[in-house]
Ligand binder design. Structure first.
Ligand SMILES: NC(=O)c1ccc[n+]([C@@H]2O[C@H](COP(=O)([O-])OP(=O)(O)OC[C@H]3O[C@@H](n4cnc5c(N)ncnc54)[C@H](O)[C@@H]3O)[C@@H](O)[C@H]2O)c1
Length: 317
């Protein structure tokens, strides 16, 4: 199949592109290298895809690109491009989030419904987020609970998800939204906790934890997130919105202890105030993903952390 991956140079987008290529599909990858973290890391993410004859890379911003042309003949669009990061989404930076997360998604959907594209397009799969829940009242959280984001980032991800549902109901655009719960593993973004923790451990530096470390997360290994996202591309369920979690909830302190075991050093932790926008706990009920797309996570935290540590050791050596 002909696939388009937006955000193809990012952590998750590049991993999805690689898997699609491995499965024999062709991929048009779009990314504009937003400067949230170094371009060099994203160029490295792209190396294996760029080696492939069935991969075409387009360096363009979704807010300006001729998406109708880029989506022409596509069977599947995987929409991963976004401005990530909860903590940076307050204040003046919010316009970056409205642009890259909401306006860009609206343009993706307008292109998807255009006559030149809708004839072949089977699904637009959108990377949503557990941040739409904020501090959910029930854990594990089911999709039917009222979303209540507690960060501007979460608001932008929810708005884009709602656009997916809206274009599906009003224009029949086939969409699916996967609400990722903290994805980790090789290529993880440098601002994300595991990346920061493992790097600090390897380099023998102190690390900062926001809050008391007793906040917990449902962590999802990249391979499981990729599997789920690709599976969502072939679901018959119209406008599916489903959780994608890793299957177990652990505290940040437990993760830090595990990382210490993996790299053979006790980490030196400095606890500072909780940051606004950080949820206290997250946990995914994945029953819907299981029934709709046959999803169940396969990688446990110890195995996934070891894979990320190996990747970072190589990167930093
Ligand atoms: N990583 C996680 O734990 C996680 C959790 C929940 C949801 N998500 C969502 O998954 C997606 C991928 O996240 P990631 O961690 O890979 O982030 P990432 O920052 O590594 O990748 C996003 C990519 O999108 C690109 N991009 C942003 N705006 C663009 C635009 N207007 N035009 C073209 N390219 C643009 C960026 O340059 C970047 O390479 C995002 O939508 C994010 O909100 C991620």
């Amino acid at each position: 199949m002909r696939c388009v991956v937006t955000g193809a140079a990012g952590f998750v987008g590049s991993s999805i592109s690689d898997e699609l290529l491995a499965r024999g599909h062709s991929v048009v990858g779009i990314d504009c290298f937003v400067d949230y973290y170094p371009r060099a890391m994203k160029e490295r993410n792209l190396l294996s895809a760029r080696d492939h004859n069935d991969f075409e890379f387009v360096e363009e911003d979704l807010q300006q690109a001729d998406l109708e042309k880029l989506f022409e003949g596509a069977d599947l669009v995987f929409h991963l491009a976004a401005q990530a990061g909860v903590r940076a989404s307050w204040g003046d930076e919010f316009s970056i989030y409205t642009g890259n997360n909401i306006l860009a998604t609206q343009r993706v959907l307008e292109a998807a419904k255009s006559p030149g594209v809708s004839g072949t397009l089977k699904k637009v799969v959108y990377a949503s987020s557990s941040s739409v829940y904020g501090t959910a009242e029930t854990l594990p959280t089911v999709e039917t609970i009222l979303p209540h984001p507690i960060s501007p980032y979460g608001v932008s991800k929810l708005a884009a998800e709602q656009l997916m549902v809206l274009y599906a109901s009003e224009f029949g655009v086939p969409t699916a939204s996967v609400r990722y719960f903290t994805v980790y593993g090789p290529r993880q973004r440098p601002d994300m906790a595991f990346h920061r923790f493992i790097k600090a451990g390897i380099q023998g530096e102190g690390l900062t934890v926001y809050g008391d470390g007793e906040q917990s997360r449902d962590f999802t290994f990249i391979k499981d997130a990729v599997e789920a996202t690709i599976a969502a591309g072939s679901t018959e369920v119209p406008a599916l919105v489903c959780n994608i979690g890793g299957g177990s909830r652990v505290t940040v302190n437990q993760v830090i202890a595990q990382i210490g075991d993996i790299i053979g050093k006790k980490l030196d932790v400095n606890y500072v105030d909780r940051q606004k926008g950080d949820a206290r706990h997250t946990a995914a009920d994945t029953s819907l993903a299981q029934s709709a797309i046959g999803y169940s996570p396969t990688t446990d935290l110890a195995t996934g952390l070891a894979a990320e540590a190996r990747w970072l050791e190589e990167l930093l050596s």
